[in-house]
Design a protein around this ligand. Structure first.
Ligand code: TYM
Length: 332
């Protein structure tokens, strides 16, 4: 059966609403029809300065959140990137067919390195997209569910796969990005033309799934809108209102047009209050499940051990083929 794969970095104490609506929700939906590989890219998480104890904790918390939202270890292979050394081995091979200029054009690198100061950015931050390509290509996957901000990295991945295949012979499946347009970009509540991101200057516009729901509800009620009164979906002219409509629609399953019709004659206050309520209903039980899951670390580790074993089987086959194609002598 066709394969799906995706990852989410363990770089904060909680997933945010953009991570969930843009990506992880799709992971859950796709695990029924695809052979699924979902993982925590802990190697990506050390490309910027970090605290080892926090990384360890956040890796467990990330796995618990995946399980809590419905990623099912019986159906999906769930693992930690560093447990699958074949990924790092494949990264080297892919690095050698990546152009320096090509890597330099990655906008996420340019943004992040501008923030950190170009000279203090790590080489790992620069080669990050090549590691991501290896994450994907090692598993011969068809679909990669991600938010809009990963589109360029997926393009690089496709280019590397095609380049390798044409130089050395058919080796890699060329993957397709699975980007659901309605939720591909969830915006910052205070700055609704910028994506919701943990690295924004202020966290007033950021909804963390594991935060106190009262705090999140308040953030939604304080969302920036506009000076009109009409509730209408128009991302360009009404980004704040449109973002709230997208969030409420995604969390309830009600199409945006139906929501808009229901808000006729009502005000922004109603939209905010009701969106806040919908969010609280979603996060409240989720937080409880995460707490329960974190109470049994042994079970989480067992899931990860099973996942790593399965993931290594698949990645080792791809690596062996790639090594052979580039002309490395077999180990006899
Ligand atoms: P990361 O950890 O930054 O984000 C995880 C997922 O959340 C999506 N996302 C959003 N979607 C909609 N609106 C937003 N505001 C928003 N913010 C984040 C991201 O697009 C992503 O899908 N490099 C990846 C992790 C990764 C990966 C991979 C993904 C490593 N290897 C292989 C897929 C396949 C990253 O940093 O995502």
């Amino acid at each position: 059966s066709p394969r799906v794969l995706s990852g989410i970095q363990p770089t904060s104490d909680s997933f945010h609403l953009g991570n969930y609506l843009g990506a992880v929700r799709q992971w859950v939906a796709l695990q029924d029809d695809f052979e699924a590989f979902y993982f925590i890219p802990d190697m990506h998480a050390i490309t910027a300065p970090h605290d080892p104890a926090a990384l360890r904790e956040r890796t467990h918390v990330s796995v618990a959140q995946l399980l809590a939202v419905g990623v099912d270890p019986e159906r999906a292979t769930i693992y930690v990137q560093s447990h699958v050394p074949e990924i790092a081995q494949l990264t080297w091979v892919l690095s050698c067919i990546t152009g320096f200029g090509e890597a330099s054009r990655m906008t996420q690198f340019k943004d992040k390195s501008a923030k950190q100061g170009a000279d203090s950015s790590s080489v790992g931050l620069f080669t990050y997209p090549i590691l991501m390509a290896a994450d994907i290509l090692a598993f011969q996957v068809d679909r990669v569910p991600v938010g809009e901000d990963q589109r360029q990295h997926l393009e690089l991945t496709r280019n590397l796969a095609q380049r390798f295949n044409s130089r050395f012979g058919e080796t890699f499946v060329v993957p397709t990005a699975h980007i659901v347009s309605e939720t591909a970009k969830i915006y910052d509540l205070q700055n609704p033309t910028a994506k919701m991101s943990k690295s924004a200057d202020s966290d007033a516009g950021l909804i963390n799934l594991l935060d106190d729901p009262k705090r999140s509800a308040k953030k939604i009620r304080s969302a920036v809108t506009d000076n009109e009164r009409e509730i209408r979906f128009d991302v360009e002219h009404k980004p704040g209102v449109s973002n709230l409509l997208s969030i409420q629609s995604a969390l309830t399953g009600t199409p945006i047009a139906d929501l808009v019709a229901g808000y006729e004659g009502k005000g922004y206050g109603d939209l905010k209050v009701e969106t806040a309520e919908v969010l609280v209903e979603f996060v409240e039980p989720l937080r409880g499940r995460v707490t329960d899951l974190l109470a049994d670390r042994g079970e989480l580790d067992a899931i990860l051990a099973r996942g790593a074993a399965r993931a290594r089987d698949v990645a080792a086959q791809t690596l062996a083929t790639a090594y052979d194609r580039v002309g490395f002598l077999p180990r006899t």
